[in-house]
Ligand binder design. Structure first.
Ligand SMILES: [Zn+2]
Length: 205
């Protein structure tokens, strides 16, 4: 199996006023995340992990922060572009694992709903997406939301791949035949693939 791994990390500071957008959801919280886009730290980390898996750059190279088109943009747009890059490189998602690090709000009670939404955005099954959350113990970063994401991807086999694979198998067989012929001619090693006679000629009377 041809697999690759991608890692993404992101952080945004909390700012007074909302909305707080995480994992494509709007959460009930007095503060939102500062950012040029909607500041969705989880979708940004997954976007970078996907781009990283196929060495396609990072979110900033596709969506420069100063570009007015991405002001307050829904981060699902960024995720969609990363998925297109993945598809273009002919890979598909095996699974995504994430860890959010933030003091509040509590993610546990809504993690299930968030997983379903992210799985939907990624076009994968629920069991292919994991969302975990921790508080930033001892970091003194209660004013910041961070997210780590890893993604495993595997190559999509298409018709051309299958054709070239069968060609390799065919040429492998031919090579084995040549080696067997050589061995039998040099060392007298009997060929493995001797065709057994359909009937025993001795029996013909
Ligand atoms: Zn971000």
């Amino acid at each position: 199996m041809d697999t690759r791994i991608g890692f993404g990390w992101d952080s945004h500071a909390f700012k007074p006023g909302g909305p707080l957008r995480i994992g494509g959801m709007t959460l009930d919280h007095p503060e939102g995340l500062a950012g040029h886009s909607d500041g969705d730290v989880l979708l940004h980390a997954i976007t970078d992990a996907l781009l990283g898996a196929v060495a396609a750059g990072d979110i900033g190279s596709f969506f420069p922060p100063g570009d007015p088109r991405w002001k307050d943009a829904d981060s699902a747009i960024f995720l969609k572009l990363a998925m297109e890059e993945l598809e273009h490189a002919r890979y598909k998602i095996v699974n995504v694992d994430t860890t959010l690090v933030l003091a509040a709000p509590k993610i546990g009670p809504i993690a299930g709903e968030m997983r379903a939404l992210v799985a939907d955005l990624l076009g994968v099954e629920l069991n292919q997406v994991s969302i975990k959350a921790k508080t930033p113990e001892g970091l003194g970063l209660d004013h910041v939301a961070q997210c780590h994401a890893v993604v495993l991807v595997e190559r999509n086999l298409d018709d051309d791949d299958l054709k070239s694979m069968s060609a390799v198998i065919e040429s492998q067989r031919q090579l084995e035949d040549v080696v067997e012929d050589l061995l039998s001619s040099v060392h007298g090693v009997p060929k493995k693939r001797t065709v057994s006679p359909i009937f025993d000629t001795e029996d013909i009377t």
